[in-house]
Design a protein around this ligand. Structure first.
Ligand SMILES: NC(=O)c1ccc[n+]([C@@H]2O[C@H](COP(=O)([O-])OP(=O)(O)OC[C@H]3O[C@@H](n4cnc5c(N)ncnc54)[C@H](O)[C@@H]3O)[C@@H](O)[C@H]2O)c1
Length: 454
């Protein structure tokens, strides 16, 4: 929190001062950093009005962190496709921050188009649906001139990434502030470690490793959902409820989880890989409830300087686990972060982040940073970087699903669009189960599958 920002947060700033500092002339038009609309039509105070779109676990966390930033913040609208999700999370947030939650019935929006109404009411929107939907919501929030916090990943395929990049550029022109939930970028021990790497502590970085090896996340069986609903679900309902296991919604766990570790390596390298090759499959996590994703991926990413990142991610219980990043350089090595002794440099410039140093929760820090940028009207746009790291993970998935060497440009320019043509509960989901309830998994090396992958 900067001193400058404290001035605005403490409530001792006049309304006129606040509007002056939160507006910027861009190309002759006045664009507010609260939102384009409020920049043009003066608001009544310095409260930042927040709308939550995607009322699940992370959305609730993000809303709570937004409400915990300095200055006046109110949650004023919520949107979800399932009313039950919205109601249960509204209750949680009301218990946690009663005075800051003001979401009456007429600001609760349900359905596939609910996001538009919620966005319209806010200065800042939190986009926390499954990632496949993100490009649509991000585009709309930018179109409406709103500041945005969106969770990672920001898309699940090349067409989605291109939409996000285009909207990110538009957001820059509109002076919108955009945060992306890659919270390690705001975590002090990571910042301190990577600053040293960028200053040459281990020389040129020649090889990298990173992992997200863990166990299987939540799953909802068709039977348990039918019991909950009191009827069998449509395929679209089922896939939305069980989104983790469908590529069009989740991107596979290499995209949904492992993006964090891949993003750290991109950050260390100050760049993105140029190609990837790998292998993967579904060996242990068998059964119709687990959709169409792999349970392990192992990928070699090659960067422009020829250095190789070996990445692994696995959802298999009882195996060697780690969520961490490590790099080797010409003058030493570094355990960049995560378990297995992270934030530690070995070699001639040996160093480690002092154990026990109090640091702020990175989820809170990323919101503090975004809200400070809004109040101080400082440039803040993490969207493109979030898109490029998301694309890195998508590239890895394309390599393991296809069994081919795939370039970054191929991934970026891919025409394979996983989203459904129509969003409705009775519309066809983009993938269909077989008569026995199973879903087809990609077959690496298969020419027919290749067309669905790259
Ligand atoms: N940064 C992190 O460490 C971190 C941690 C957890 C999750 N996440 C990310 O947050 C996002 C959400 O994850 P989660 O764990 O909260 O999932 P979740 O299933 O708990 O919540 C997602 C919510 O979005 C709703 N939704 C789905 N489609 C929608 C649509 N079209 N319009 C409106 N609402 C819709 C769902 O009904 C659900 O309530 C994912 O992208 C995930 O990767 C990030």
């Amino acid at each position: 929190m900067t001193n400058e920002n404290k001035k605005y947060s403490s409530g001792d700033v006049s309304r006129r001062d606040f509007l002056r500092t939160s507006s910027l002339a861009v190309g002759g038009a006045v664009i507010g950093s609260l939102s384009a609309e409020r920049g043009a039509h003066a608001a009544s105070d310095d409260t930042i009005k927040v709308a939550l779109i995607g009322c699940g676990g992370r959305g609730t966390g993000a809303a709570s962190q937004a409400l915990s930033t300095e200055g006046s913040v109110r949650l004023i609208a919520m949107a979800d496709v399932f009313d039950g999700h919205l109601q249960s999370k509204l209750e949680v947030l009301q218990k946690e921050a009663k005075d800051k939650v003001d979401v009456p019935k007429d600001r609760q929006f349900i359905g596939f188009d609910a996001y538009k109404d919620a966005i319209a009411l806010a200065d800042l929107v939190i986009l926390t649906t499954p990632p496949g939907i993100r490009p649509i919501h991000f585009e709309e929030a930018v179109r409406q001139g709103k500041n945005i916090f969106m969770e990672k990943p920001v898309a699940v395929d090349g067409p989605g990434i291109r939409r996000v990049i285009a909207a990110a550029q538009e957001a820059k022109k509109k002076n919108l502030k955009i945060g992306v939930g890659l919270q390690r970028r705001h975590e002090t021990p990571y910042l301190e470690t990577i600053k040293r790497l960028h200053n040459g502590a281990i020389g040129d970085i020649t090889s990298m490793r990173c992992y997200w090896n863990g166990s299987t996340p939540w799953v909802h069986t068709r039977e348990s959902l039918a019991k909950q609903f009191g009827r069998p679900l449509t395929e679209m309902e089922y896939q939305l409820k069980n989104w983790y296991y469908f590529v069009w919604l989740c991107g596979d766990h290499i995209v949904e989880q492992h993006i964090h570790n891949l993003d750290v390596i991109n950050w260390v390298k100050n760049g993105y890989p140029v190609k990837a090759r790998g292998m993967g499959g579904c060996e242990v996590r068998k059964g119709n409830d687990y959709g169409e994703i792999f349970d392990h991926h192992s990928v070699e990413f090659e960067y422009a300087d020829g250095s190789i990142l070996h990445s692994m991610c696995r959802h298999q219980p009882g195996c060697w686990n780690s969520v961490s990043e490590h790099v080797v350089g010409t003058k030493g090595r570094c355990h960049v972060g995560g378990d297995r002794g992270g934030h530690r440099i070995e070699g001639e410039n040996a160093w480690s982040f002092p154990r026990g140093t109090p640091t702020k929760n990175p989820y809170q820090q990323e919101h503090d940073d975004l809200f400070a940028a809004i109040r101080d009207d400082k440039p803040y746009n993490e969207a493109e970087r979030g898109a490029m790291s998301t694309l890195t993970a998508i590239l890895g998935r394309m390599a393991t699903y296809s069994g081919k060497e795939i370039t970054f440009d191929q991934a970026l320019n891919s025409q394979v669009d996983h989203l459904p043509k129509i969003f409705a509960w009775d519309a066809p989901a983009p993938v269909q189960p077989n008569p026995d309830g199973s879903y087809n998994l990609p077959i690496p090396g298969n020419a027919e599958w290749l067309k669905k992958i790259v």
